[in-house]
Ligand binder design. Structure first.
Ligand SMILES: [Zn+2]
Length: 84
């Protein structure tokens, strides 16, 4: 178990341990657009919740976007101005 945690590494923000998790979705900004990937394997920091990806997953998302994929579907996102 210790070995596994070493392989997964530590959070580069807080030093917490990373745990594998499948994200139901992840929004990736690509140029002026945002693409949503579904079922993305990620590493999530147990302490601060920061999300990391292995180089393999990162490259797979890049490759997918470079191929100008035909989207499965589109989602509408409400845009709201925040006044503080
Ligand atoms: Zn962290």
């Amino acid at each position: 178990m210790e070995q596994l945690e070493q392989q997964l590494g530590q959070c580069s923000y807080c030093g917490g341990s990373l745990h594998p998790k499948i994200l139901s979705y992840y929004d990736q900004i690509w140029g002026d657009e945002t693409y949503r990937f579904e079922n993305v394997p990620a590493l999530v920091c147990a302490a601060c919740g920061e999300i990391f990806f292995t180089a393999e997953v990162d490259q797979a998302m890049d490759r997918a976007l470079q191929g100008h994929p035909e989207p499965k579907r589109f989602v509408q996102v409400p845009v709201v101005e925040l006044s503080v």
